[in-house]
Design a protein around this ligand. Structure first.
Ligand SMILES: Nc1ncnc2c1ncn2[C@@H]1O[C@H](COP(=O)(O)OP(=O)(O)OP(=O)(O)O)[C@@H](O)[C@H]1O
Ligand SMILES: [Mg+2]
Length: 373
């Protein structure tokens, strides 16, 4: 298997569409690296440049120590699985999987052995004589993955391979691809716009927006230490709340004020404020870190005490029960945000409740650049 390195890779289409801007990162050997970001952020373009299907405008791509910019796709030892994994409809599953090897003139016995082995890994041995139209969506997807596996490539590239499947099947295939990764010890680069897929599958996640890398990290770091407001808002459902606040002085201690409320800052957040010159800052807080307390108490008295003065009076605009918890859409003045509540203490629509901000879990972002402070 292999390591892939991108050095300052830029892609400009048709002279003026800047699709990828100076992307530099390493895909470690045997890692499961996910490229994630909204539609049009350049994910497929990066994958296609690695595969050799798209020319690199500037920069270099290496597999291990070899620069591959000028190596034709068929000689790169990379296998790609696309979203529209068109199988050949007139060929059986066996022939679909064997086709690429046949083109490359592998001996018949070797082809047979590889197809059988891949079919077994994917649990499709019993389907080898069927044609694609007699397969379910998930089975077809497995055949498409099988076509890649038989090649024993150095690197697997997956471009949104699950987006044509229904939600349940997607979850199942997600697990299967993760299992496949463990079994093959393969280097996998996986593209998705679905942050849940990224978080559950990737050991390294590259977050992209508008052609630029926003952050490269493991799932835990992305969630708990987003590098900027974009990553904070993109990772996690429902997304992080952002509230524009003013820094107010409370007898020497800075606090954050928004409208009629003030919230306290711990030492760490106070020292983060030193990086600012102005007096406004964006507060980021996830719904699960805003607790419906007091008149809807879901937390013990001592827990509430530890939130200090960080309580906010709000109006409940909407309650969304979700089985094991509820989401509360709250408003205070012009600010609205989402909080999480357990079902027992779930307030009613239109109620006035006090919520507590767990400021130990809060994030501060620069009001103009969106960078984490
Ligand atoms: N062949 C092309 N010619 C011109 N512009 C292109 C071409 N392919 C892609 N683009 C543009 O480059 C940008 C990145 O496209 P890309 O396909 O890499 O996005 P993506 O992140 O894969 O999006 P999606 O999630 O929708 O698949 C987009 O603005 C797109 O319109
Ligand atoms: Mg794409």
């Amino acid at each position: 298997m292999a390591e892939v390195t991108l050095k300052d890779v830029t892609k400009i289409y048709d002279g003026d569409v800047l699709a990828v801007e100076q992307a530099g990162f390493q895909i470690p050997d045997e890692s499961f690296t996910v490229l994630v970001g909204p539609s049009g952020c350049g994910k497929s373009t990066i994958l296609r440049m690695i595969a050799g299907l798209e020319e690199i405008t500037e920069g270099d791509i290496y597999i291990d120590d070899e620069r591959i910019n000028d190596i034709p796709p068929k000689d790169r030892d990379i296998a790609m699985v696309f979203q529209n994994y068109a199988l050949y409809p007139h060929m059986t599953v066996y022939k679909n999987m064997a086709f690429g090897l046949k083109l490359r003139k592998y001996p018949k016995a070797e082809i047979e052995q590889r197809v059988k082995e891949a079919a077994e890994i994917l649990s499709i041995s019993h389907l080898l004589n069927r044609k694609p139209k007699h397969l379910s969506g998930g089975e077809r997807q497995r055949v498409a993955v099988g076509r890649a596996i038989v090649r024993h490539p150095k690197v697997f590239l997956f471009d949104e391979p699950l987006s044509n499947l229904d939600a349940k099947l997607r979850v199942q295939m997600r697990m299967e691809i993760s299992r496949l990764h463990n079994r093959l010890d393969a280097t996998i680069v996986y593209v998705t716009h679905d942050q849940v897929e990224a978080m559950t599958m990737g050991d390294q996640i590259v977050v992209l927006n508008e052609g630029k890398i926003q952050q490269i990290a493991d799932p835990g770091t992305l969630y708990h230490k987003p590098a900027n407001q974009f990553v904070g808002g993109f990772i996690g459902t429902p997304p992080m709340n952002f509230i524009e606040t003013n820094i107010v002085n409370n007898g020497g201690n800075p606090m954050l004020g928004f409208e009629t409320f003030k919230v306290e800052l711990n030492d760490q957040l106070q020292s983060a404020l030193a990086k600012l010159s102005g007096d406004s800052v964006t507060l980021g807080i996830r719904p699960e870190d805003i607790h419906a307390g007091e008149n809807g108490v879901s937390h013990s008295k001592s827990q509430l005490a530890s939130y200090g003065e960080n309580r906010v009076e709000t109006h409940v605009e909407l309650v969304e029960p979700l089985g094991n918890h509820a989401l509360l859409y709250l408003r205070t003045g012009k600010n609205s945000f989402v909080a999480q509540s357990d079902l027992v203490n779930m307030p009613q629509h239109n109620a006035q409740i006090t919520v507590n901000f767990n400021m130990d879990k809060a994030h501060l972002f620069h009001p103009e650049t969106g960078e984490r402070l």
